[in-house]
Design a protein around this ligand. Structure first.
Ligand SMILES: Cc1ncc(COP(=O)(O)O)c(C=O)c1O
Length: 360
């Protein structure tokens, strides 16, 4: 991962999910990394109960109830929170407001940081990961004089936490550089409290923390993301919001999801157990090497196979969809990414991979 990708032309940016392939073939989607428990039951019944009343009405443009619930959940004041149509909307607000001329992005990472920055007219400098961890010295050096910096902890596609490096970067990068720290997966790691930087948002005027109910509460189809930062920065961040950006059913489901107090704890314990199960079984194959991860997804290194071809073949043969990592800037074509799902689904994934191993 030492290749020079600092000024590479814009790569193709694709995502996982059933529409990334022929969705009629997909029986199990291991390509998008959402909570394996699915949405909390309370979120679904909030939609069912409120549909008749909310569908004909304009939603609250301020998302006031949802903001209050989120503020209680993350323990900050409601005016520190902005709510977006998915976290990705906030990535675009951030780039629009702060990307300026020069942006720094580690690579590989979530591709929308690059797209949003370029769309805002900024030049992007990539800083390659070192053994899949953040190269903090180099990031601090490159961020000097940059307008904005994107960080993701745990990172996508690696699933690796680089918490000490992130903390150091936030402390050392000058306050002129705005930082977007994406924590969309942090609630699904073993110890979110020790790895989240929400507390630092109160101390640093240049820091925006990005979260989402998509991944952590399994609400991908509803699109609810939010940010936490100081109120003055929040106003500038959300300057390009369109009115009614979050629909009424998504707001009601979000409030109900946050009221389910044991849900994330149950998800974390399932993910920890199932990640270990998947790693143990995949490690025994000849063709597949599972990579270390702290999150609800991990990469698998393929020996002697191209990741795009393998993704397509696996889907055709078994109906299982995985994420081809070759479209991430800075990745070659030897890795796929899989989500940790329920035990039944994980067994099917393992059996499918084992069948390729036997055929090889
Ligand atoms: C790191 C990361 N941040 C943000 C998002 C987008 O989240 P949302 O669905 O809330 O827009 C994704 C989606 O894949 C992601 O991987």
């Amino acid at each position: 991962m030492r290749q020079d990708i600092s000024h590479k032309a814009m790569s193709a940016c694709s995502h996982g999910g059933i529409y990334s392939a022929d969705h009629r073939l997909v029986r199990i989607d291991c390509s998008s990394s959402v909570n394996p428990l699915g949405p909390p039951a309370g979120a679904i019944s909030a939609i069912q109960k409120n549909a008749r009343a909310l569908v004909p009405r304009y939603p609250d443009p301020q998302c006031s109830d949802l903001k209050k619930s989120l503020a209680r959940y993350v323990d900050v004041e409601p005016d520190c929170i902005s709510v977006g149509n998915g976290a990705v909307e906030i990535v675009y607000w951030f780039a629009q407001a702060f990307a300026g001329k020069q942006v720094v992005i580690p690579a590989p990472t979530f591709c929308e940081y690059e797209l949003a920055s370029r769309k805002a007219g900024a030049r992007v400098t990539f800083v390659p990961l070192l053994d899949f961890e953040l190269a903090s010295d180099l990031i601090i050096e490159k961020a000097a004089g940059a307008d904005a910096l994107f960080l993701c902890n745990p990172n996508n596609p690696t699933g690796i936490l680089s918490t000490p490096q992130v903390k150091r970067i936030i402390e050392e990068v000058g306050s002129r550089t705005k930082i977007l720290l994406d924590e969309c997966f942090v609630e699904l790691v073993d110890d979110p409290g020790r790895n989240s930087m929400i507390r630092l948002a109160g101390e640093h005027d240049n820091l925006v923390i990005l979260r989402s109910l998509t991944k952590s509460f399994g609400l991908a189809g509803l699109r609810v993301g939010y940010s936490i930062c100081n109120p003055a920065l929040s106003k500038r961040l959300a300057a390009s919001t369109i009115p009614w950006n979050v629909n009424g059913l998504a707001q009601a489901a979000g409030v109900a999801a946050l009221a389910d107090k044991n849900y994330l704890e149950r998800a974390r314990s399932l993910i920890k157990k199932e990640r270990r199960f998947l790693h143990d079984r995949i490690r025994r194959t000849k063709m597949f090497r599972p990579c270390k991860s702290d999150a609800n997804f991990f990469m698998i290194r393929l020996s002697d196979r191209n990741s795009t071809e393998f993704r397509d073949l696996l889907l055709k043969r078994t109906g299982i969809l995985v994420r081809d990592c070759s479209t991430f800037t800075g990745m070659g074509s030897q890795h796929i990414r899989v989500a940790v799902k329920t035990h039944r689904e994980n067994v099917l994934l393992v059996k499918a991979l084992e069948s390729f191993d036997r055929d090889d």
